[in-house]
Design a binder for this molecule. Structure first.
Ligand code: NDP
Ligand code: MG
Length: 370
């Protein structure tokens, strides 16, 4: 029997790819699926993939589709009995799922980086046991590069594509239209992370994520527009290790789902280094990315400050996508919320959720006054 995987966030960009990987792998089975509110998409996935169980967080008014559980306790119900949980829920809503996997002692393939950004401490014992396997492409790369290193490496360098607006004249970035921000040059992803890539909030989150996953190792960022090198590790003796390839989330998703084995299927893509073109690297110009700076300030403040920054960003990105605020205002909303926020130790779930809720109220107030 194969490893039974619970796919949370099954209707999203990562979730949809994971379902195909599981279907095509002889060593994986689909245990269950779970989503937010997309009842029709979930019903379609039940027909197509035949999971043992399905659930949703926010069922439509008329009730969840037949055979789909919802309401309090449904998340745990769909995780129960799984050998691995893939958490591909977007936003702070994903923390609850990561904590459930931890409590139930189930290995966690983690795409939901927000879990580590806002509630990293709560996952410490799961991390220490080696039961958190990163799905984020940069962290999957670092995870693989660290294997076989007897001495702690000198440095982790996360690569950043620079996002959709990297070549836009700086004076136009503030009012960049939604369609431009959503047109990521290299990756096809959910809307929130695509906006976060353009603002570099995503890269700031990834620095925090790397600090939690790989404690004690300095983490930097380098801009690499081609997205071929998926991050780098400088070893103790000054050499560099990296994982390379055309951008394809299938690689890190499949790696995490099969870990510690390597996937049999999909290993050979026929790709050649001659497909990559010229590779270039340049320093991150923080002046161009004030939202990056605002999230890093929250990280330095510690405690619940990153949770406040994440909630502010979720609200601001939602408002930007709805046409209520310009792109450039996202950074100001995060910075304003973080400035007001009084960090408390992020040592229990309730405190984090309270900080999240308070930051959303503050973000909405700041946006109304804009
Ligand atoms: P999407 O927006 O495409 O999908 C989000 C998924 O989360 C959907 O299935 C959605 O369900 C579900 N969801 C939303 N709210 C809830 C909730 N309250 N409870 C349960 N499920 C919920 O996001 P992505 O797939 O792009 O990203 C998912 C995560 O992976 C994010 O944390 C992102 O940062 C991370 N990630 C994504 C990458 C990518 O390539 N896409 C790369 C690296 C990391 P519904 O459809 O019902 O709303
Ligand atoms: Mg990433």
């Amino acid at each position: 029997m194969g490893r039974r995987v619970a796919v949370l966030g099954s209707t999203g960009s990562i979730g949809v790819q994971a379902l195909e990987i599981i279907r095509n792998s002889p060593s994986l089975e689909l245990h269950s699926i779970f989503c937010g509110s997309s009842a029709d998409a979930l019903a379609g996935q039940i027909r197509r993939y035949g999971p043992g169980m399905a659930g949703m967080a926010h069922p439509p008014r008329g009730g969840a589709p037949e055979g789909v559980c919802s309401g309090p306790g449904s998340l745990r119900k769909v995780i129960e009995g799984a050998d691995m949980v893939l958490n591909a829920i977007v936003g702070s809503a994903g923390l609850e799922a990561s904590l459930a996997a931890r409590e139930m002692g189930i290995p966690l393939a983690l795409a939901n980086k927000e879990s580590l950004v806002i509630g990293g401490e709560l996952l410490d014992d799961h991390l220490e046991k080696g039961l958190v396997i990163p799905v984020d492409s940069e962290h999957s790369t670092v995870f693989r590069c660290l294997a076989g290193e007897a001495r702690p490496p000198a440095k982790i360098l996360l690569t950043a594509s620079g996002g959709a607006l990297r070549d836009m004249p700086p004076e136009e970035v503030y009012r960049a239209p939604v369609e431009r921000v959503l047109a990521h040059p290299n990756w096809e992803m959910g809307s929130r992370i695509t906006v976060d890539s353009a603002s570099m909030v995503n890269k700031a989150f990834e620095v925090i994520e790397a600090r939690k996953l790989f404690p004690g190792i300095p983490v930097g960022v380098v801009v690499h527009p081609e997205s071929i090198v998926h991050s780098l590790v400088e070893t103790a003796d000054g050499a560099w290790k990296a994982l390379m390839g055309l951008p394809d989330m299938g690689v890190p998703i499949s790696f995490a789902l099969h870990w510690p084995d390597l996937p049999l299927a999909g290993a050979v893509t026929g790709e050649s280094p001659t497909d990559w073109g010229t590779l270039s690297f340049r320093e991150l110009d923080e002046g161009r990315y004030p939202a990056f700076t605002a999230v890093m300030a929250a990280f330095r403040a510690g405690g619940t400050a990153p949770a406040a920054a994440n909630a502010a960003d979720e609200e601001a990105v939602g408002a930007f996508l709805a046409g209520r605020i310009p792109f450039g205002a996202i950074a100001a909303v995060i910075a304003g919320v973080v400035r007001e926020h009084r960090p408390r130790p992020a040592s229990d779930y309730e405190t984090i959720i309270e900080a999240d809720a308070g930051a959303r109220v503050a973000a909405r107030r700041i946006m109304e006054a804009m």
